[in-house]
Design a protein around this ligand. Structure first.
Ligand SMILES: NC(=O)C1=CN([C@@H]2O[C@H](COP(=O)(O)OP(=O)(O)OC[C@H]3O[C@@H](n4cnc5c(N)ncnc54)[C@H](OP(=O)(O)O)[C@@H]3O)[C@@H](O)[C@H]2O)C=CC1
Ligand SMILES: CC(=O)[C@@H](O)[C@H](O)COP(=O)(O)O
Ligand SMILES: [Mn+2]
Length: 382
């Protein structure tokens, strides 16, 4: 029986993870659930799964929680300390890192340092601190298994060959809701249109990232760290159907791909069960239906965010922390109608260009860069 700490249980990945656990109670048990502010949802999850701990990450709620909402056997913890406590508890085998944004880094970091299996959805952890997190996992005997659909696909395709025989890793991108929009149309994009992803139902931040293709930029950086890949090995191909989740091309020209209908329960289940495969309950391909799969090169002029991803993957240092922080604030400002859609990559590019490069930054230096980039982005055109 695997004991799981699920960080971000009330989000889109969190709910899909609960589905996976629900489907196989003989294999998985929830030791801890953690959310930010959605206390009623968290409490109702506790009544179903009876975890030992529930963490409310926003410490300001500690004084005002109605304890009776939660089952008696569940102990309440608060703040980052609570997240760190459950992520490092000796009884926990797997930490599902599914908090959104750089706020997820503390939990990933704690789990990686204490030798856990980290089922990683929170790509921002690697964008901000990829070198530190991957080295911490190596040093502690832990493992980082990708949940992100593209990286799960790559992980599965890499298992079929030798790493040194890989020529290129191709990450697929849906292209988002504005794949066919002109530059003039992109300037007028509304929040509602940007939140309408063509193939995936996800939380708001990653949905906006998909629309700007910043999501693919973050995923290029994530792949750089997860697979120890050079930037030259990484490529992005637009595949609007989101059936092929990524491809690995070997030196002989053979290309392996992982296919499945878009449903995050599959890569989550795989990260929890690996190296085994369990009977799946996510949606399956219907081979009796005609279907088309298309591929296009990405347009870096209309989606300049993607270019930033390749630049940051090549530059390393603190550039990932800066890009990520600028993007988080820019997305929040866009969602509040305080920035235009195309100003998201613009401000990210400007803040990135203004930062001072650092080699091998420590965690506290990365957090300082994160804070600096947030402030710069808040002040931009404010
Ligand atoms: N959704 C998807 O299909 C995919 C998501 N990912 C990645 O997974 C991560 C989660 O995405 P998604 O599930 O869509 O996001 P959601 O917005 O749906 O959920 C976010 C979760 O994080 C919690 N949270 C938010 N802020 C904080 C904070 N400051 N401290 C602690 N917890 C916090 C939320 O709690 P509360 O509800 O209380 O606010 C919620 O549980 C992201 O990094 C995303 O890039 C990767 C691939 C696919
Ligand atoms: C489900 C998942 O992994 C997302 O990261 C997804 O890939 C987003 O779609 P885009 O390809 O549009 O960024
Ligand atoms: Mn993805």
């Amino acid at each position: 029986m695997k004991q799981i700490a699920l960080l971000g249980s009330t989000g889109s990945i969190g709910l899909s993870t609960l589905d996976v656990v629900r489907s196989d109670p003989a294999s998985f048990q929830l030791f801890a659930l953690a959310a930010h502010r959605r206390v009623r949802e968290l409490a109702s999850q506790c009544h179903e799964f009876h975890p030992r701990y529930a963490v409310i990450a926003d410490p300001s709620l500690a004084g005002e929680i109605d304890r009776s909402l939660f089952p008696q056997e569940t102990k309440l913890l608060f703040g980052e300390e609570g997240i760190e406590q459950v992520a490092t508890d000796p009884q926990v085998g797997i930490v599902v890192s599914a908090i959104v944004g750089a706020a997820g880094l503390k939990g990933t970091w704690a789990a990686a340092q204490s030798g856990k299996r980290v089922a990683l959805a929170n790509k921002e952890s690697l964008v901000v601190a990829g070198a530190l997190v991957t080295n911490a996992a190596k040093a502690s005997g832990g493992e980082i298994l990708p949940v992100d659909s593209e990286h799960s696909a790559i992980f599965q395709c890499l298992a079929a060959g030798n790493r040194h025989e890989v020529a290129r890793i191709h990450l697929t991108a849906s292209g988002g809701p504005f794949r066919k929009s002109s530059r003039a149309e992109l300037d007028k994009v509304t929040v509602a249109a940007a939140l309408d992803h063509p193939t995936w139902k996800m939380g708001p931040k990653i949905t906006i990232d998909s629309a700007t293709m910043m999501n693919k930029a973050l995923e290029v950086i994530e792949a750089r760290w997860l697979f120890d890949a050079s930037v030259d090995e990484l490529n992005v191909v637009v595949h609007p159907q989101s059936i092929i989740h990524s491809l690995v091309e070997y030196v002989d020209g053979s290309i392996l791909a992982q296919l499945s209908p878009p449903d995050m329960r599959l890569p989550i289940q795989y990260a929890l069960s690996w190296p085994q495969r369990k009977p799946g309950f996510a949606r399956k391909m219907n081979w009796f239906e005609s279907q088309t799969m298309e591929f296009f090169p990405p347009d870096l002029d209309r989606f300049p965010a993607l270019k930033l991803g390749f630049e940051v993957a090549a530059a390393g240092g603190g550039s990932g922390a800066v890009l990520n922080a600028a993007n988080e604030v820019a997305v929040e400002r866009f969602l509040n109608n305080d920035l235009k859609f195309m100003e998201i990559p613009q401000v990210c590019g400007e803040v990135l260009a203004a930062h001072t490069h650092s080699t091998n930054p420590s965690l506290s230096e990365l957090l300082a860069l994160d804070a600096w980039a947030r402030e710069e982005t808040r002040r931009w055109k404010a």
